[in-house]
Design a protein around this ligand. Structure first.
Ligand code: NIG
Ligand code: FE
Length: 399
């Protein structure tokens, strides 16, 4: 993870939205090129792959932010009527159209900041109807940002790859408080089959945590998802280590995300495993909780990815440049390891490693141009500054 191969004085050819060829200028053969862009004094990186977001939501939760400032913990805020259930209450009454309009504007802001592949979760529905509504919004975003999508003012013709994750098991709704089993039954017997039948999700997720879902409940949902072709990407070890990781790895989870609190058994289960460990440092920053111990993970032979966790409660920022900076400044990752975690490893965390995440012939031409710099470290070093000059998604510059 510590290595990022690079070429100085390079050329790169894009054709039909994909990377066709690259090399040093010295080796460039004569080509018929329709448009040449001079990238002198520019660092070019693969676009960021944000493999964990909750970018569809009904309202911001700055009232809870004020409580966090006063010193309440995330769990205390949730216990007072904030948290995921607060978001679910407002989402229930908001129309699919307005959720969609707000989300598309939000996503476009992320693209300008360099996100060129994005995972979005449901999980603020928590009823069959509202979960389907959220997933429908994500499906409409996929369509709007697809090759055949409409080139509206908002999408600027950007053809972003978006994946959808069904997170019905995000919190136990109030009406099921004394009958949790019935909610799990609803997820397993009704939500998952309908979500899968309508092809509304690529992955399945569970928030496995004290006061949310137990390891046993998580496993039931993982298995039901698997039976419907949905691989698991899971919220685990955010506040407590309750045994989710060894079970998740054994069940073949594609990724385990958060990982702020890790014990020896968790490290051992992930070491050498195919499951990607995804750290979410902006969430740690915002809630004031520990950062995931990523350098110990890397030295234990664990594949680490970084994502935003963009959501209204624990991380109201989807800026991957800030994730990059926190990874280096707070988690002490090298810029090279952080970049790999933000791109190629994150692509693996979405099963999209053959499509996105690196400058590789045949992959999507998702490129970030950083003008006026000549090395990688300057990007996280200049935290808080917008270092991305231009963004190309699938061969199209959006700015
Ligand atoms: O990843 N931890 C669970 N889910 C989100 C928070 C959701 C919310 O507070 O709205 C997270 O941090
Ligand atoms: Fe999350």
């Amino acid at each position: 993870m510590g290595e990022v191969p690079s070429i100085k004085n390079a050329y790169l050819i894009v054709e039909h939205a994909r990377i066709k060829e690259y090399g040093t200028m010295r080796d460039l053969q004569p080509h018929e090129i329709s448009k040449v862009i001079d990238c002198a004094d520019t660092v070019i990186l693969p676009g960021y792959v944000d493999s964990h977001s909750h970018a569809v939501f009904a309202h911001t939760r700055e009232a809870e932010f004020k409580d966090l400032i006063k010193g309440l913990t995330y769990e205390e805020v949730a216990a007072r009527g904030g948290g995921i259930l607060n978001s679910a209450a407002t989402l229930a009454s908001k129309s699919e159209d307005s959720l969609y309009e707000e989300a598309i504007a939000r996503v476009m802001k992320l693209v300008y900041m360099g996100t060129t592949t994005l995972e979005i979760k449901s999980g603020y529905g928590l009823s069959l109807e509202a979960e389907l509504k959220m997933l429908q919004v994500i499906a409409r975003l996929k369509q709007a940002f697809s090759e055949h999508g409409n080139d509206t003012l908002l999408t600027k013709g950007a053809t972003l790859t978006i994946t959808a994750t069904f997170l019905g098991a995000h919190a136990v709704p109030k009406e099921y408080k004394d009958n949790r089993d019935a909610y799990i039954e609803l997820i397993v017997n009704e939500m998952i089959p309908q979500v899968a039948a309508a092809n509304l999700a690529d992955f399945i997720d569970v928030f496995c945590e004290a006061n949310y879902f137990t390891v046993g409940e998580m496993l039931r949902v993982i298995e039901a998802g698997k039976a419907h072709g949905l691989r698991a990407k899971l919220h685990v070890n955010q506040f407590n280590s309750i045994g989710a990781i060894p079970i998740a790895v054994k069940a073949g989870a594609l990724s385990v995300d958060h990982l702020e609190v890790m014990n020896a058994a968790d490290f051992a289960a992930l070491s050498g495993a195919a499951t990607i460990a995804t750290a979410l440092p902006s969430c740690s920053f915002f809630l004031g909780i520990p950062y995931a111990p990523v350098n110990k993970m890397i030295s234990d032979n664990i594949a680490v990815a970084l994502a935003s966790d963009y959501n209204p409660g624990s991380c109201p920022s989807g800026n991957m440049n800030f994730v990059f900076a926190l990874a280096c400044v707070q988690m002490k990752m090298t810029p090279e390891a952080a970049l790999n975690a933000l791109t190629v490893n994150a692509a693996h965390a979405l099963g999209l490693q053959n499509e996105v995440g690196s400058i590789t012939v045949g992959k999507q031409a998702n490129l970030l141009l950083f003008k006026g710099i000549d090395n990688l470290a300057l990007i996280p070093y200049s935290f808080g500054e917008m270092m991305v000059s231009r963004v190309m998604v699938q061969g199209v510059f959006i700015n």
